[in-house]
Design a binder for this molecule. Structure first.
Ligand code: NAD
Length: 302
């Protein structure tokens, strides 16, 4: 089994590569290294193709492949070049999808909980789609494109995964776009009080990347056509993260609260409705926030 992973030098992509290789798959990473890091590929065997997902030439360089996991995207939601955001995330995704359609091979791709904006939780796949920025719109419009193909005869398995807030090993290269868990860890490890927006009770559905990678690989082999939420279904607060970090770091640092400058466009509460995920893939997240933080710190950061 040979699998192409786009964005394989990135956070989630490189975790996916690890799981695929552990299952005996041969992996080809396609990444232009615009944002990921070579360091994420130092402990995998994958063949690496440094190319853009917009390129037509990549398909000439590929050997026969049995499936595609498409993770490559511009992931900095604050990028103000809307043309670039749409070109890479929408046109680039279509370029890779078209190859999967032509070869009739399964295609699993990263969508985002961003498509729900501030709609009412728990967020369910078929309602409340109110993207609040161009990044979220690029994910939303690709989901719509995929759905328009399902009814066509001969369409291979396509699974879109709306990841919620992912955290875990191999995210350090993301800088300020890395998870809250990583940002707060850095502050607290250096002995500083953790800085969070007033009053730390904003809740998010945080999911550990090891769960995300396992679910993603399962989706590729599922032969389904679906768009699924990938979250724990349990929203947790920023204060909960601080408590979890304090416990593993054996510290007792209290939060330093400050005003949220993005209050008007901030997702204050996210929660995945995970029923469709369970029904379609017969799976769910296995790490609670506390277990995820403990695994992340003990095995990867400390
Ligand atoms: N991390 C999260 O919490 C989260 C949440 C929702 C959705 N997602 C989605 O999951 C996917 C993976 O995100 P991530 O957190 O691993 O991000 P990341 O930025 O670490 O990884 C993205 C990878 O794509 C590569 N890339 C970017 N543009 C490219 C192009 N034009 N051609 C080839 N490669 C290109 C980058 O170099 C990088 O290695 C993305 O599609 C993202 O939108 C992530």
């Amino acid at each position: 089994m040979r699998v192409l992973v786009t964005g394989g030098a990135g956070f989630i992509g490189s975790n996916v590569v690890k799981i695929l290789e552990a299952k005996g798959a041969k992996v080809i990473v396609l990444d232009n290294f615009s944002h990921g890091s070579y360091k994420n590929l130092m402990d995998v065997k994958a063949e690496v193709i440094c190319e853009d997902i917009l390129s037509e030439d990549i398909f000439k360089k590929l050997p026969k492949i049995d499936g595609i996991i498409h993770e490559a995207a511009i992931t900095d939601t604050t990028l103000i070049d809307n043309t670039k955001m749409m070109t890479v995330n929408y046109n680039g995704s279509k370029n890779i999808l078209n190859f999967a359609l032509k070869k009739k091979i399964p295609f699993t791709y990263a969508s985002s909980a961003g498509v729900y904006g501030e709609s009412n939780p728990p967020m369910r796949e078929d309602k409340g789609l109110i993207p609040h920025n161009t990044y979220a719109y690029s994910k939303y419009i690709f989901d719509c494109h995929v759905q328009s193909l399902w009814a066509k005869k001969g369409t291979p398995s396509i699974v879109g995964l709306r990841y919620f807030n992912v955290y875990g090993p191999r995210e350090y290269h993301k800088g300020l776009a890395a998870s809250m868990i990583y940002q707060l860890f850095l502050q607290m490890k250096s002995g500083k009080r953790p800085r969070v927006f007033k009053y730390g009770e904003q809740k998010r559905d945080f999911i550990y990347v090891k769960d995300v990678a396992n679910i993603t690989v399962k989706a590729l082999f599922s032969r389904k056509k679906a768009i699924l939420n990938v979250g724990t279904g349990i929203p947790r607060s920023f204060n909960d993260i601080i408590a979890g970090l304090n416990k593993v770091l054996k510290k007792n640092l209290t939060p330093a609260y400050f005003n949220n400058p993005y209050a008007d466009k901030y997702q204050n509460f996210t929660q995945a409705d995970t029923k469709l995920l369970k029904k379609t893939l017969n799976t769910k997240a296995k790490y609670t926030l506390e277990k995820g933080i403990s695994d992340y710190l003990q095995k990867h950061l400390l």
